[in-house]
Design a protein around this ligand. Structure first.
Ligand code: SAM
Length: 187
């Protein structure tokens, strides 16, 4: 609840992640996969929905921050793009059925607590199409792991028990925190 409030507040102050530019890792994915149905989990103001839609993808976005979804609606309308947008918690989206060929997550999964991560993976397994991809970016927890403060190696094991790891690119975010891009696939 507190986390949701904090994210809502961020959107009144130009959040640092909201650059308006899609990352090269997403562009590379788009270049190497035919368009289909995509869902952006924690879609923020919709920058990556626009990029995907312009490449021919049918897009759905979910975010629990109402101001982000309001901005996404405006940006998509101005770009002339049709999309399904939902205000909701990514761990509780039973009403979204899929199947999706791509689930994108840039900076959302890593912020969930352990129960949230489990619920998220259950949802993902339900709505991802066979052979569907999950492209996920997150940063790692630093120091003593605290629930909801980044990825831990145990999370990668948890995910790998359900989805096949296709690629992993380690790096650092703007604040020099260790981070990584992951591509998982549902078998
Ligand atoms: C770091 S931002 C990234 C936004 C967007 N993916 C981007 O790249 O611009 C993380 C987003 O996830 C959303 N978020 C975090 N936890 C969420 C949850 N449990 N359910 C839905 N959205 C969530 C936040 O509101 C925020 O918009």
């Amino acid at each position: 609840m507190l986390r949701r409030l904090l994210f809502n507040l961020w959107y009144f102050r130009n959040p640092p992640w909201d650059s308006g530019v899609s990352p090269p890792e997403l562009l590379e994915f788009i270049n190497n996969h035919p368009p289909g149905k995509a869902i952006d989990l924690g879609c923020g103001t919709g920058t990556n929905l626009i990029t995907l839609a312009r490449a021919g993808w049918q897009v759905t976005g979910v975010d629990f921050a109402l101001p982000a979804i309001r901005m996404a609606k405006k940006k998509l309308k101005e770009a002339g793009i049709q999309a399904e947008l939902h205000v909701g918690n990514v761990t509780k989206i039973d009403h979204i059925s899929g199947p999706f060929d791509l689930a994108l997550d840039i900076g959302c999964f890593h912020s969930l607590d352990q129960e949230g991560k489990q619920d998220y993976l259950t949802q993902l397994d339900r709505f991802l199409a066979p052979n569907g991809s999950w492209l996920m970016y997150g940063f790692y927890a630093q120091g003593t792991p605290r629930s909801g403060h980044g990825l831990a190696e145990a999370d990668i094991d948890l995910i790998s028990a359900r989805f096949a790891l296709r690629s992993r690119q380690n790096g650092f975010d703007k604040r020099e925190r260790p981070s990584a891009w992951f591509l998982f696939q549902k078998s």
